[in-house]
Design a protein around this ligand. Structure first.
Ligand SMILES: *[C@@H]1O[C@H](CO)[C@@H](O)[C@H](O)[C@H]1NC(C)=O
Ligand SMILES: *[C@@H]1O[C@H](CO)[C@@H](O)[C@H](O)[C@H]1NC(C)=O
Ligand SMILES: *[C@@H]1O[C@H](CO)[C@@H](O)[C@H](O)[C@H]1NC(C)=O
Ligand SMILES: *[C@@H]1O[C@H](CO)[C@@H](O)[C@H](O)[C@H]1NC(C)=O
Length: 466
């Protein structure tokens, strides 16, 4: 029935599609946070709308935050403009957000629950019993599907030692429920991502790293807030490296230390994301002649015009201060920048800093980056004079530029065909073929994969029949 010619043809089709612009999903990821309060900001320049999002700069978009209705064990929008509770007319920001996928079908969206302000809010009730965890997980799945989110981002700050095992159990139950739900609905499984801490004490108390790693797709390490308004010397919120030159600095306070801590603790590299931020921190200098990193401060900087918070400001505000005469410097030791304006000291990550961090992420072979949050970048391009989104653009460019040569571009210059038995990496795209069968896709184009499977099937058939 099968001629040798057909067999060869089949096998070559198989080879071609394994060679093609494959593995584009192995590309480094960039998760971008959208905050529910960013469209409520008072200043016209600060106000961020969903239409301001540039989807090209992010592989995943995360909507922060939804809340937990702890009585009914389900998710609830934080405000009515997120979602007015009527699915029929699909009105609200959740729907606007997910409609971005119409023009960008490769985009993945997640809904984040919890956050720093929510603290333990609702999670404690959810983990009271196995039944609660199951019910919550099922409700989450329905809530996400009805609004076209692709998954959840759990941002519980923090489980602590009391809820450490409960947190592990919750993730395991939710994972199992999402697997079952995917089979039931013939849809790609919903994604589970978690946002986690960087401090040694919190890590040790809150996370059974090896166990939770089995039941999540992504671990977003919130590698920022290492220093802030509470610090007594000038210092950076998100330094890439610790300040080895100054022994008075805690050497555990850096992005590199925290990522390595998660890696050595057993988190799989292909699930790890490193947090970047557009938050700058500001201090009032004690002595305007002593301006180095590590100089004494009187306290947090005065609240600025856009982000009315003492000790913190946005990247675009830093650009504005530089335009108004602030002197800026690069700190090569920690790969961060700082600017001085009178008695104000502002530490921030600039585009160069973002590039260094992407290079670091490649050096650790992790899944990618996460950016908190889009409205903190110069998204209008009004302040920094280098176009829209200088920080996210720097990240996007660095991801492309510093990609290892043998896996970037296409076709991949590999000498041996990728065997069709390549272990399936479960953190990759989940898709459903036309027969409703769920599978995990290594490429962006599902038609290629189904063709590969078809070819494989034909080839096997030929072998059997020959
Ligand atoms: C945003 O979400 C948080 C957390 O759910 C909530 O407390 C806050 O009121 C929301 N703010 C706006 C402006 O939607
Ligand atoms: C979005 O970002 C990409 C990559 O930097 C850029 O080419 C494109 O022009 C941007 N789109 C808009 C609408 O600004
Ligand atoms: C860790 O994972 C295993 C297998 O999934 C599970 O049986 C076990 O109970 C978990 N341990 C804890 C402490 O949750
Ligand atoms: C301020 O700093 C300069 C330079 O480090 C130092 O020479 C000077 O003594 C300091 N002044 C005070 C009042 O501490």
């Amino acid at each position: 029935m099968c001629s040798l010619k057909e067999l060869i043809l089949t096998l070559s089709i198989l080879a071609v599609f394994n060679f093609g612009p494959a593995n584009s999903d192995n590309k480094m990821k960039n998760f971008c946070y959208y905050t529910n309060w960013s469209n409520q900001l008072q200043s016209f320049d600060a106000k961020f709308q969903i239409k301001d999002i540039n989807v090209t700069l992010c592989t995943h978009l995360i909507y922060a935050f939804a809340n937990i209705d702890s009585e009914n064990l389900k998710l609830v929008p934080s405000l009515r403009d997120d979602d007015n509770g009527q699915l029929v007319n699909q009105r609200g920001k959740y729907f606007d957000f997910n409609r971005l996928k119409i023009e960008h079908p490769e985009l993945v969206t997640l809904l984040s629950v919890g956050g720093a302000a929510a603290k333990n809010g609702g999670f404690i009730q959810v983990v009271q019993s196995e039944r609660n965890m199951k019910l919550f997980s099922r409700n989450v799945a329905v809530f996400l599907r009805d609004r076209d989110f692709d998954g959840i981002d759990i941002d519980w700050e923090w489980p602590g030692d009391i809820y450490r095992d409960k947190f592990t159990e919750l993730l395991q139950i939710m994972w199992d429920e999402f697997v079952k739900e995917a089979v039931r609905t013939s849809k790609p499984r919903l994604i589970i991502s978690i946002a986690v801490a960087v401090g040694e004490t919190t890590i040790a108390e809150s996370y059974d790293i090896k166990n939770i790693s089995q039941h999540v797709d992504f671990i977003q390490v919130m590698t920022y807030d290492f220093h802030g308004p509470w610090s007594d010397v000038t210092s950076f919120t998100a330094p890439l490296f610790s300040r080895a030159s100054n022994h008075r600095f805690n050497q555990q306070l850096s992005q590199a230390w925290a990522m390595d801590r998660w890696i050595s603790g057993g988190a799989p590299r292909h699930k790890l994301l490193m947090g970047l931020t557009g938050v700058a921190n500001t201090f009032i200098l004690e002595n305007t002649s002593s301006t180095e990193v590590g100089s004494p401060v009187l306290g947090a900087g005065r609240a600025g015009p856009y982000m009315a918070k003492d000790g913190r400001t946005t990247y675009y505000r830093v650009c504005e201060m530089i335009r108004n005469g602030a002197i800026h410097h690069w700190d090569d030791e920690q790969k961060m920048a700082y600017a001085l304006l009178d008695d104000q000291w502002i530490g921030y990550g600039n585009p160069k800093s973002m590039e260094e961090k992407v290079k670091f992420a490649y050096s650790r072979n992790i899944a990618g980056m996460m950016f908190w949050s889009m409205e903190l970048d110069d998204f209008h391009g009004k302040f920094c004079n280098v176009g829209k989104y200088p920080l996210l653009t720097a990240i996007h460019k660095a991801i492309i530029e510093h990609a290892p040569k043998d896996t970037s571009g296409f076709p991949a210059a590999s000498t041996t065909p990728t065997p069709s038995t390549t272990p399936i990496d479960f953190n990759l795209h989940h898709k459903t073929n036309k027969n409703g069968i769920n599978f995990y896709d290594m490429s962006d184009d599902s038609s290629q994969i189904s063709l590969t499977f078809t070819s494989l099937f034909l080839a096997l058939l030929c072998f059997v029949l020959v």
